[in-house]
Write a protein that binds this ligand. Sequence first.
Ligand SMILES: [Cu+2]
Length: 289
Amino acid sequence: MLYSLAFVAAFVAQAFAHYTFPSLIVNDVKTEPWVNIRMTNNHYDRAPVTNVNSTDLRCYTSKTNATAKTIDVNAGSTMGIACDQTIYHAGVVNVYMAKSPDETDVADWDGSGSVWFKVYEITAETDGGQSITFPAKGLPSVNFTLPGSLPSGQYLVRVEAIALHDAEQYGGAQFYISCGQVNVNGNGDGKPGPLVAIPGVYTGYEPGILIDINWPIPQNYTQPGPVGGMVWLSSIVVVVSDSGFTPLYSGTFVNTTSYEFTFSSLLYRYEVDGIGRTDSQLLARTLYE
Ligand SMILES: [Cu+2]
């Protein structure tokens, strides 16, 4: 009898240590569980996805085949994705969105292809090896601002809380995932990117996924996934690559010696130094500095 009580207690503790993200927060109101978010396979046991190559890394609905009701949100507003309890484990968070193709109701769309862009992240804080902390740990929800330049239309919005407490071995990171459906209203003319496929975005060997967070204390932390934040260019013309630079964005040429681009809703104009100089390096430096 004592033995079985202990077993039950251990099982309950394990289930409690896991979590799901069943609700959106729109206009400060938390939606009912699994109404605007597709019910995930783990809605009962809360077990995470650990195989980054699985289709379940996307929306975790292979068994439920769930769809959801699409809810209106405004570009530029703050919304959230709520946990059923709090984010219990040490780890980091990414929020991705993907716009459903024209003429396709997002409720009928699976989010396949290179369609996902990152809109928000909560990374780890390090200080060169003295400590590592995880600001996402303990949060009841992940709240973020929808970019004002987000084009109107229907989107999947996907939260990914990556628990790293057992991540020192391959496949040990735990992905807590869900996908909501939103209809974005606004006049945004941004061009979200870079775009990635999910699964496909991770190999599982990224330094922010395969990592021992305990010992030795990591000196730094690299957030998994594409760079977030530098993604709202409404006048992208070309993507260029220079030796020594990762491929980056270029702007629209105003004339032969200047160009301009929009980033985070601000218009930037740069004068190019000297006739005939390519703009790519200059812009790359500008964005990174
Ligand atoms: Cu857990």
